[in-house]
Design a protein around this ligand. Structure first.
Ligand SMILES: C[S@@+](CC[C@H](N)C(=O)[O-])C[C@H]1O[C@@H](n2cnc3c(N)ncnc32)[C@H](O)[C@@H]1O
Length: 337
């Protein structure tokens, strides 16, 4: 088995994956060819019907489930396709088929928002600019390190410090308090609490906050929110303090990447793969990408001290990927944008 580790093997993934023993892999992260999108020469992607395409992917997925460890993770990035003006919802058909037939759970549908989608002049539809990364697991105790995942708030803070005046923090809530039907005493208490929480954000004690005001914001539902509901009713307002992981969302905004001199037409962003690898593996773990393409997954693994196994059917892409990986200087590109 070790013969595959830290190598990109040229061949058909459905054949090659059979040589990997059960529960050897920590994470499968991959992006199969999208349905009828491109001609890669051979391999998956140009089946007659969407059903045949999904069935082929499911057969590979079945093997992925077999080779991942009990606490392993699988992430498939699949793009959608229009056929005769009709959006096929290919990723979701795939997910439903997988959940019907394979012993896995779907944890998240993480949306990649493309910051620079290819401009297209459609007269009667909008430009598609998102793609899902579907995160599946085999058991409930899957490895998960949320502290390592990108912090939306850090990026938001960077954005805010660049683009706005810090003195404006919370201004909207002062306006809402003024406009509200709270009594003067309640308004005064709300303003005092708001000033306090703004100070906590400015001094870095707190990442962010939300305020709810009686008569303006809806009442929270459910048992967990009971305390807040009572505060809202009795005091007229409640403050939700947000620390670190509480706003780690299922969205990644990132530009589409191109690499100078690379002939591969569909590279996924190394930034996203790095985030998923940090979230779902530890240093030294083994990551499999059965559709390695230009080698992005291997590059991300090498940058983060993880081992990789890559399969790729096209010999030219294999050569390119090997060269790309061997040129890596061990340096994280996480802060690239
Ligand atoms: C969407 S691309 C992956 C791109 C890759 N994520 C990257 O960043 O470069 C899909 C790749 O799967 C390869 N492929 C298609 N069918 C395959 C098969 N049966 N076995 C191995 N590779 C296959 C294609 O040649 C293509 O390079």
């Amino acid at each position: 088995m070790e013969k595959f580790v830290n190598k990109i093997i040229c061949g058909d993934n459905l054949e090659l994956i059979k040589e990997i023993s059960d529960e050897f892999i920590n994470l499968v992260v991959t992006s199969p060819p999208y349905y009828k999108q491109r001609d890669y020469g051979s391999g998956i992607g140009n089946e007659e019907t969407i059903e045949e395409y999904i069935e082929k992917l499911r057969q590979l997925f079945h093997e992925c489930v077999r080779v991942i460890k009990r606490d392993g993770n699988i992430v498939f990035n699949i793009g959608d396709k229009y056929e005769n003006g009709n959006l096929l919802l290919a990723p979701y058909r795939f997910a439903i088929e997988i959940l019907k037939k394979e012993p896995v759970k779907l944890v998240n549908d993480i949306t990649w928002i493309k910051l620079n989608p290819t401009p297209r002049q459609f007269k009667r539809r909008l430009v598609s600019s998102t793609e899902p990364f579907l995160h599946f697991v085999k058991s409930d105790d899957y490895y998960y390190n949320i502290d390592s995942f990108m912090n939306h708030l850090d990026r938001l803070k960077k954005h805010n410090s660049r683009n706005s005046n810090r003195n404006k923090i919370g201004k909207r809530y002062f306006d809402l308090i003024n406009e509200s039907s709270l009594s003067e005493k309640e308004k005064s208490m709300a303003r005092k609490e708001l000033l306090k929480v703004i100070q906590e954000v400015k001094t870095g004690k707190l990442d962010s906050f939300r305020m709810k005001i009686r008569g303006i914001h809806s009442k929270p539902f459910g048992g967990q929110e009971g305390g807040r509901k009572i505060q809202l009713e009795k005091k007229g307002f409640t403050v939700i303090r947000i620390h670190g992981n509480a706003l780690k969302r299922d969205v990644i905004e990132c530009p589409v990447e191109t690499i100078k001199g690379c002939k591969h037409p569909a590279i996924y962003p190394e930034y996203i793969i790095q985030q998923l690898i940090r979230l779902l593996t530890q240093e030294g773990d083994i990551v499999l990408d059965p559709f390695m393409g230009s080698g992005t997954t291997a590059v991300a693994c090498k940058n983060l001290g993880r081992n990789y196994i890559g399969f790729e059917i096209n010999p030219n892409y294999c050569k390119y990927a090997e060269k790309r990986v061997s040129n890596i200087k061990f340096q994280s590109t996480l802060e690239l944008f």
